[in-house]
Design a protein around this ligand. Sequence first.
Ligand code: CMC
Length: 429
Amino acid sequence: MTDKTVTLHIDGMDEAVELPMYSGSIGPDVIDVGKLTSKGLFTYDPGFVSTAACESQITYIDGNEGILLHRGYPIEQLAEHSTYLETCYLLLYGELPNQAEKERFENTVCTHTMVHEQIRTFFQGFRRDAHPMAIMCGVVGALSAFYHDSLDITNEQHREVAAFRLIAKMPTLAAMSYKFSIGQPFMYPDNSKGYSENFLHMMFGNPCSESKVSPVLAKAMDRVFLLHADHEQNASTSTVRLTGSSGANPFACIAAGIAALWGPSHGGANEAVLSMLEEIGDESRIEEFVDRAKNKDDPFRLMGFGHRVYKNFDPRAKVMKESADEVLKELGLEDDRLLRIAKRLEQIALEDPYFIEKKLYPNVDFYSGIILRALGIPTSMFTVIFAVGRTVGWIAHWHEMISGSYRIGRPRQLYTGHVQRDYTPIADR
Ligand code: CMC
């Protein structure tokens, strides 16, 4: 893997430091700085802008070209031809399944959809107005107290069962967190339904009448899950890896990922997009908000715009936009007030020199917020849905790490605090 080296000449140091460089199958070369500590040096890279924290074979992103590949397959092709569960299989096992493997995987996931009955009582501990993400952080972490037979991280079978359980139970828990917040009875999963259809059934069904899920909406939901399935070493995935590096169990690791996802700079952005559209309220006020986003002294940012990695366009956003158009047409919602504001905002921002110069394009969350609203999903559930879709990515990365060689993640720092000083008795302070 070592092709080249980099030689570092440091002021005041006689000896140059030779660092190995590695090439991946595609993408930029990386410099291995591991041996710098033996020279008394650390690298400094807040936000990990230039840091490859691990080696991985799952997902590749080229932010300049707007390319996203899962196990080599372009996201556009997966979105068009695959399903969420088939993409889960691909992410977990590295290859697309044949027909028998696909059916076996789908059946296995379907048989794990129910949660332990006692988890239902767990929900009662939350306030009625609890945010569903708060519930998800708690309840997913609590799964480790219920499934002791899948906690041995050194056992490959345990890891596989944990993956099935998490992928299967996340929609059930997500729907339960919604039902709890609106005071409706929890719906049991119906394993005769497809993955996304079942989720919508648990979200919108009730025990008093038979639930019918429109195939168009189930397909749109499936595509939302698929487009969120993985995204390389983003904040929540890196959190899962870091948590897992200490040997924590998979349920605890995924709970940590959910917490990291919650923030508005990451998965919380889809909810923030809708809140922002509500705040704008009318097309006549769009310019005012665009001006605020451009003002350096105003912390306001246009939610759903910009990305750390994509500087051309977000390929997921392109597919999500097509999906949004289809769903809005299907539901006859093209004239919805907030959706009109969204479309106009998108147009203005795409033409504004500030956004063009800074390469701030609408990201996946801009359009996913629109689709989810059209599907009748309440805003507070948007980030939960992102978490459901991303669970497979988190698990795939965790599994990749645990099944290879890894060390506990332990970054260092540039210390700028006090140098050593003596304790002052309280009377002298
Ligand atoms: N509105 C206005 N200005 C922006 C925005 C925005 N949405 N995003 C970035 N900028 C400006 C920023 O002020 C900075 O300007 P300057 O160079 O003059 O200081 C410049 O663009 C670069 O921004 P940055 O904050 O250094 O970029 P970053 O890579 O650290 O942040 C981001 C990326 C996604 C956190 C950021 O673009 C943002 O806050 N966007 C809005 C939130 C959002 O939509 N997040 C979802 C991301 S996609 C889903 C996911 O993968 O989780």
